[in-house]
Write a protein that binds this ligand. Structure first.
Ligand SMILES: Cc1cc2nc3c(=O)[nH]c(=O)nc-3n(C[C@H](O)[C@H](O)[C@H](O)COP(=O)(O)OP(=O)(O)OC[C@H]3O[C@@H](n4cnc5c(N)ncnc54)[C@H](O)[C@@H]3O)c2cc1C
Length: 370
């Protein structure tokens, strides 16, 4: 039922305008407000905080169906739900949850989450953004880069250094509202793909936030962030799965319509074997992604399986959307058909929330534990 509802929503509200948003790099806030009305901006948030109170299974299903049409909207939905909202849901105090979750779950507010900096992506432990205690407040100085909704976000979860460099207990998470003096958006990135998902710098200049905006205890931020990413990676696997499915849908349809040498190109083994490979890899990626969702639903550790799902699904997504362009031939190289967008959007999946290389490091660490 969720699959059907979200598919109808995406076809009605996203498909007609997605290329326009892509061209102009417009972040369509109104679509997120509508997603909020459907409960898709607070899928995992319990009903007592205004959310849909569903499980990871429904969450994965929804992101897949959105991303099957437009990866940008899928990415923004994933970042909002898993990162900002997910961090507050898992580690916020009761007062913080009551204050922020109802607004985030309905998309009255859009959420951002800032871990990455210009000099520290994979190696986030070396972050330079600092927060210093001043009476009952904290003063944040520094910048965060590549932040989804860094400008349009109404509230951001920000990870900042409060201890020594390279001390995993030297990082703290803060909730910072837009409009707080000293907090502003910086450069907006001009991206290859995911162009309707806003990515900007967030700048902090003597930004004062009260003690009550700290999540958990000072020094717990890094550990929290790694847990948030464990769940977040399931949403990036879902995003990748959706894009790959969209690329396969388009390829199957086109290969049956396009004729060369007096017959549909799907009759050629060279094309049908591409479809077979795409379908098989997508099926395997789907099983891994739903396994990760199932483990999460049952409260078990997902570190290994979510990294596997994210790594595998994102690489499948790049391969499937690359083959889709090939199946479309010259038409696949134009903006008149959807596959060039799947191709451009797909690459983010092997980079965001930990690159494929970082996923392999996580998986290897888990495998070597035994
Ligand atoms: C569209 C978009 C949206 C994003 N949204 C957010 C967001 O909302 N919040 C946020 O905090 N961040 C966000 N990011 C940042 C993203 O998580 C980082 O880009 C990512 O973690 C990689 O970091 P980096 O770009 O600095 O690459 P680097 O860490 O500099 O990596 C460069 C290359 O080196 C490799 N590498 C690095 N270390 C190792 C190693 N030890 N072994 C082997 N290879 C290694 C990497 O795999 C990669 O291939 C976003 C990025 C993009 C592109």
């Amino acid at each position: 039922m969720i699959s059907q509802t979200v598919r109808e929503f995406a076809n009605k509200h996203i498909r007609p305008k997605m290329m326009e948003w892509d061209e102009s790099q417009e972040f369509p806030v109104e679509v997120f407000k509508k997603l909020g009305e459907l409960g898709l901006m607070g899928v995992l948030v319990p009903a007592e905080y205004g959310g849909a109170g569903l499980t990871y299974t429904e969450y994965v299903t929804a992101i897949v169906e959105i991303s099957r049409v437009c990866g940008s909207i899928g990415l923004s939905m994933a970042a909002h739900n898993s990162l900002c909202t997910g961090h507050i849901l898992q580690f916020g105090t009761e007062a913080q949850k009551k204050k922020y979750l109802p607004k985030l779950a309905t998309a009255e507010w859009i959420g951002a989450w800032g871990l990455t900096e210009a000099g520290t992506g994979s190696d986030s432990m070396r972050m330079r953004c600092v927060a210093k205690k001043d009476g009952n407040d904290w003063i944040i100085n520094g910048a965060k880069n590549w932040i989804t909704h860094g400008k349009s976000g109404d509230v951001a979860v920000v990870l900042a250094r409060t201890g020594e460099l390279l001390d995993s207990k030297g990082i703290t998470s803060f909730i910072v509202e837009r409009g707080t003096p000293g907090f502003k958006a910086g450069k907006k990135e001009n991206k290859l793909g995911m162009r309707a998902s806003e990515t900007t710098e967030m700048i902090f200049e003597d930004c004062r936030v009260p003690d009550e905006n700290v999540m958990g205890k000072p020094g717990e931020g890094f550990k929290q962030a790694m847990k948030v990413l464990d769940g977040g990676r399931i949403s990036i696997a879902s995003l990748a799965l959706g894009i790959a499915k969209g690329a396969l849908d388009a390829s199957v349809k086109y290969s049956k319509e396009r004729e060369q040498f007096g017959q549909p190109i799907s009759n050629f083994q060279g094309i049908s074997f591409k479809l077979a490979d795409m379908a098989t890899e997508i099926e395997a990626a789907e099983l891994l992604t739903f396994e990760a969702a199932d483990l999460k639903n049952r409260g078990q550790s997902v570190t290994k399986v979510s990294a596997m799902a994210k790594y595998f699904a994102s690489e499948v997504c790049v391969r499937a959307s690359t083959e889709a362009v090939q199946i479309f031939g010259g038409y696949g190289y134009t903006k008149d058909f959807p596959v060039e967008k799947f191709f451009r959007d797909s690459k983010l999946c092997t980079i965001g929330e930990g690159t494929s290389e970082i996923q392999k490091m996580v998986i290897a660490r888990e495998v070597l534990k035994n």
